[in-house]
Ligand binder design. Structure first.
Ligand code: BTN
Length: 326
């Protein structure tokens, strides 16, 4: 029995109890099989009231994204014009990569309600529960050399920060290079994975994770001092994911066009204005060693300029940024 047929029965009887006996008759399965399917639906966000006497009543359905609704609200022209939506995937990055290899055009978007194996930077995982966040990957085909890829990461962080501030009115800032934070806790992460040939980018998969409506119980306890969601930061009131996605894609497209026309300069100015990492002492753990100093800005390539205690400056391309050790 598919859960779809069971859901159809509840849709035909809105707000009413449907007896287990009627369901098993209509669908030709045992009452135990019905109960198992109800449990399966509950595990993906449906809520039922179960009464021994009356049967089951559907109380609420999970917040599921709808592709027609996304397309009807889309303000961007290229980015998000083709959407591949999935209920559950291992990682949207893998699906987008496969589509890119098959020739999917720039702007193709892969969105999943849930990721079983979402991945973050530095080999970490990414908490991606059903229907509560935005887990998406976008195919880019920039005509730039491979060493420009980090600029796209910073551009994505700027677009996301500007858009989320506008939609949520929450005090969101960028921690170098591309984490979005509210009062020191992470609400979003960006993962760019590039494939190049002869020093040119063949395609880039921009993975974006936004913790929109997660509750504290969605995170492992040990993460709670480092992460939050838009909903938690907003005092418990959630946000509409469709609005967030479509607004972000529009902002992204505008900034990408600006970048293609005017280069990286304007993006640096915008990034620096939104950054919470500048002019604060920090410890940077780079592949070459640890640097203690004060980040003072981005250089023309997008690398971080850090002033050390002896007054000299160093350029940092890749690092984990943390609090200084006192
Ligand atoms: C980070 O570590 O900050 C980056 C997190 C990126 C998570 C997103 S969710 C959509 C896409 N699919 C993944 O598996 N990862 C990215």
């Amino acid at each position: 029995m598919s859960t779809n047929r069971l859901l159809e029965l509840f849709e035909q009887n809105p707000g009413e109890y449907v007896s287990g006996e009627l369901i098993s008759q209509q669908l030709g399965v045992s009452r135990t099989a019905v109960w198992k399917q109800i449990k399966k639906l509950e595990s993906i966000g449906y809520q039922f009231d179960a009464s021994r006497r009356l049967g089951y009543k559907l109380i609420s359905s999970p917040d599921t994204l709808s592709v027609p609704e996304l397309l009807s609200q889309m303000k961007s022209k290229i980015f998000g014009s083709s959407i591949h939506w999935f209920e559950s995937v291992d990682s949207t990055q893998n699906i987008a990569q496969k589509l890119a290899e098959e020739g999917a055009p720039e702007g193709t978007l892969v969105i999943a309600e849930q990721q079983q194996n979402g991945r973050g930077r530095m080999g970490r995982g990414w908490v991606s529960p059903q229907g509560k966040g935005i887990w998406m990957s976008m195919i880019l085909r920039p005509s730039t050399p491979i060493h420009f890829a980090p600029q796209l990461t910073l551009l994505t962080a700027v677009a996301l920060c500007r858009s989320l501030r506008r939609v949520t009115e929450l005090p969101i800032g960028i921690k170098w290079p591309n984490d979005l934070l509210i009062e020191g806790k992470k609400i979003s992460g960006i993962l760019l994975e590039s494939t190049a040939e002869d020093e040119r980018l063949r395609y880039v998969i921009a993975g974006i994770g936004i913790s929109v409506n997660l509750e504290k119980t969605d995170y492992p306890d040990e993460m709670l001092n480092k992460v939050t969601s838009l909903r938690i930061a907003n005092g418990g009131d959630g946000f509409d994911r469709t609005t967030i996605i479509t607004d972000f894609l529009h902002e992204w497209e505008q900034l990408y066009l600006l970048y293609c026309e005017k280069g990286f300069g304007p993006i640096i100015t915008l990034w620096e204005a939104l950054s919470v990492s500048l002019n604060q002492p920090a410890r940077l753990i780079t592949p070459q060693g640890t640097i203690d100093g004060v980040p003072i800005g981005l250089d023309a390539s997008g690398a971080l300029t850090v002033r050390k205690e002896d007054g000299s400056t160093v350029i940092v391309f890749s690092a984990e940024m943390g609090e200084p050790v006192r």
